[in-house]
Design a protein around this ligand. Structure first.
Ligand SMILES: [Zn+2]
Length: 261
């Protein structure tokens, strides 16, 4: 089982800890800001309204298990957890401080690794909870009885998903453009290339060594047969019919295979 508590948090078991309101589906992680100040934000967390609060100094507080149902988003409560950035519009000059953004990046990447939530951001406008989207979604993109307008800025999301070697990522972007793969990044810590095909949400992961990744970026024609690449994992989107999902996974795998083989 994945870890229910984020390792770098300060834990304060709130109202919805111990699964008071059951388990969520862990499909979508909802991105919020609080419209509040830290102490009141914190008390709302204790009352069960979200999993994580990221303070402006970057400290992460957790009030319930990652897969516990909290009260962050009405109809969407059981779709997955919520992350709140402590932010008061009109007082704080930006949604994220640098420290909060670093913490959000680490938390989102932990959710991706530990809970297999794709590092994909929904950008298609408000959707219903049963659309089957898997990934991260702004509160302002949710269809709810009481609709909200909070969100994380796109540049913050780009920082969260960015490779640690951005200049190499730019080279790879060019290589992948002919395919319908719209986003990918390389994580040298785990030696993985992640490829996402939106809007289907298909998520393909290829393993590649740092040395081979560096070689790919130094030459325009690569002897790919010599690369030690293993296109290993395809996580299907839950969106669309089974046939659509199969086709999307197949298209993504064949696209990346054409490049690597
Ligand atoms: Zn919200």
């Amino acid at each position: 089982m994945p870890e229910a508590w984020y390792p770098q948090e300060i834990r304060d078991n709130g109202f919805n800890a111990d699964y008071t309101n059951g388990h969520s589906r862990m499909e979508a992680v909802k991105k919020h800001f609080t419209v509040g100040f830290f102490h009141s934000d914190y008390n709302i967390g204790v009352r069960g309204y979200f999993q994580w609060l990221i303070a402006r100094d970057g400290q992460v507080y957790q009030f319930a298990e990652a897969d516990a149902v909290c009260f962050d988003s009405g109809e969407w409560n059981d779709a997955g957890p919520g992350i709140e950035i402590s932010y008061m519009p009109g007082v704080d000059d930006a949604i994220f401080t640098d420290a909060a953004l670093e913490s959000a990046r680490a938390l989102c990447r932990w959710l991706s690794v530990e809970w297999s939530v794709p590092l994909v951001d929904w950008t298609g406008g408000r959707i219903d909870e049963w659309t089957g989207f898997r990934g991260f979604i702004d509160h302002r993109e949710l269809v709810q009885t009481e609709q909200h307008v909070d969100f994380w800025p796109d540049d913050a999301w780009q920082f969260i998903i960015a490779s640690d070697v951005p200049e190499q990522e730019d080279d790879m972007q060019t290589l992948f453009t002919p395919n319908n793969l719209q986003n990918y990044y390389y994580d040298p810590e785990v030696g993985m290339v992640y490829v996402e095909s939106m809007p289907a949400g298909t998520f393909v992961i290829a393993q590649i060594s740092q040395a081979d990744f560096d070689r790919m970026n130094k030459v325009s024609t690569v002897d790919v047969a010599a690369l030690n690449v293993n296109v290993a994992i395809a996580i299907q989107s839950s969106k669309g019919t089974q046939g659509t999902r199969d086709a999307n996974v197949h298209a993504a795998v064949s696209a990346i295979s054409r490049f690597f083989a």
